[in-house]
Design a protein around this ligand. Structure first.
Ligand SMILES: *[C@@H]1O[C@H](CO)[C@@H](O)[C@H](O)[C@H]1NC(C)=O
Ligand SMILES: *[C@@H]1O[C@H](CO)[C@@H](O)[C@H](O)[C@H]1NC(C)=O
Ligand SMILES: *[C@@H]1O[C@H](CO)[C@@H](O)[C@H](O)[C@H]1NC(C)=O
Length: 370
């Protein structure tokens, strides 16, 4: 008889069998919303949550996330260079090794909330990284879901985490104001915080960088286009070209489905024009850019990767085909790194959805910090 006991044991055995099917490889996905694959990692790796959509197997043992309240200064890992120099004067009033909100940093039409993370040991003339979160995220969520703060304890840079003021907490990347140098909206609030850090904290103006994921990646492209005088490099994780969401005359923070679905296909010259229009008359250097995107992205379709390539290669006057396009030993198989020139790289992640997991240590190399 096929009794109750058998049904029960089946019910117990099946989930276990499913878990035993596979362990995710090093750097492979091991969790996240919608993820149905392996949730444990091969030995020597820890499944690390990078954001709500992506957990990744990372080498090493369990590390705790950065502290969320004031804690004693942490000791840097052995073998790392300890930044010398004492904290620049303006930074001394900011508590170390905790996420701390700053106010009164300048023109901020939308009241973007801005938080700073200052490591225990700040480098002399520290670099600054502005890290912008995804839709539905926040300064706090991006802080705990990324390693920018943790790594600042090793490298001595300062991190700014802006937090979106909009319901749904996307960034305004659609209004004419946000897409224009000193034009207003979210981008101006973020730019003001970066200017404040340069003016008051001894931050090295030549090492001010923007990074972001999804909506924050779109904002990173916007900051690179509208404030090239402030930002010297940008890292765009799963975004769209600068100006792709442009909907002048519509409310700030409007969603542009034509762009998100990869249906806004322009020439390199047209895309470059959106960069030039963001800061008319600007003739200085443009930030160097590194762009990451997954081929299985159904939130911001992968066509946006190729449109972003057209945009920045045209701005830099680079050829439209890469000089090299190779896999990198530290990246999962299926990732390709296309280099177009010293200031532009585009990494495509085969089979990866929205968003590509963060590779903070590699970003720091691109930014010249690590
Ligand atoms: C965008 O803003 C700039 C500066 O405020 C203004 O000159 C321009 O006419 C605006 N463009 C549109 C399309 O609204
Ligand atoms: C780089 O090569 C891969 C195949 O190895 C390809 O899928 C990808 O589109 C190439 N990247 C670019 C930017 O052309
Ligand atoms: C891509 O390739 C270039 C050229 O070899 C290299 O400098 C850069 O570090 C690589 N980028 C990544 C993300 O691996």
């Amino acid at each position: 008889m096929f009794g109750f006991k058998n049904v029960l044991s089946l019910a117990v055995v099946l989930p276990m069998a499913r878990l035993a099917v596979g362990q995710a490889a090093e750097w492979g996905q091991c969790g996240g919303i919608g993820w149905t694959g392996a949730t444990t990692c091969v030995s020597g790796n820890v499944c690390t949550k990078l954001n709500d959509y992506y957990s990744q197997c990372q080498p090493g043992s369990v590390t705790s996330p950065p502290p969320t309240s004031t804690v004693p200064a942490t000791t840097p890992p052995p073998g790392t260079t300890t930044p010398t120099g004492s904290a620049p004067p303006g930074l001394s009033s900011i508590p170390a090794s905790t996420l701390h909100q700053i106010t009164g940093f300048g023109t901020n039409p939308n009241n973007v909330a801005v938080y700073v993370y200052k490591p225990a040991r700040v480098a002399a003339n520290p670099p600054l990284i502005v890290a912008s979160h995804y839709c539905g995220g926040s300064a706090q969520a991006y802080y705990t879901g990324s390693k920018f703060a943790q790594l600042s304890e090793t490298y001595g840079y300062v991190v700014l985490y802006p937090s979106s003021p909009h319901s749904g907490s996307c960034w305004d990347v659609s209004s004419n104001e946000t897409l224009t140098h000193n034009g207003g909206s979210d981008s101006l609030g973020i730019a003001s915080a970066a200017r404040y850090a340069i003016a008051n904290w001894g931050v090295d103006a030549n090492r001010v960088f923007a990074v972001g994921t999804s909506s924050g990646a779109m904002m990173t492209n916007v900051l690179a286009a509208a404030y090239p005088d402030i930002f010297k490099a940008g890292i765009v994780d799963s975004g769209v070209p600068a100006g792709c969401f442009s909907l002048p005359g519509q409310p700030e923070d409007s969603w542009n489905s034509q762009c998100s679905q990869g249906q806004l296909v322009l020439t390199g010259q047209q895309w470059a024009q959106r960069v030039y229009d963001a800061y008319p008359g600007y003739t200085g250097a443009r930030p160097k850019m590194q762009v990451w995107h997954g081929t299985a992205d159904t939130t911001l379709y992968p066509q946006n990767f190729y449109e972003t390539i057209k945009q920045w290669t045209t701005v830099f006057g680079y050829p439209s085909t890469p000089i090299s396009n190779v896999s990198e030993p530290y990246l999962p198989s299926g990732y390709s790194n296309a280099t177009y020139g010293p200031n532009f790289q585009a990494i495509l992640a085969q089979g990866v959805g929205h968003t590509v997991p963060l590779f903070e240590q590699q970003y720091l190399q691109f930014l010249g910090i690590a």
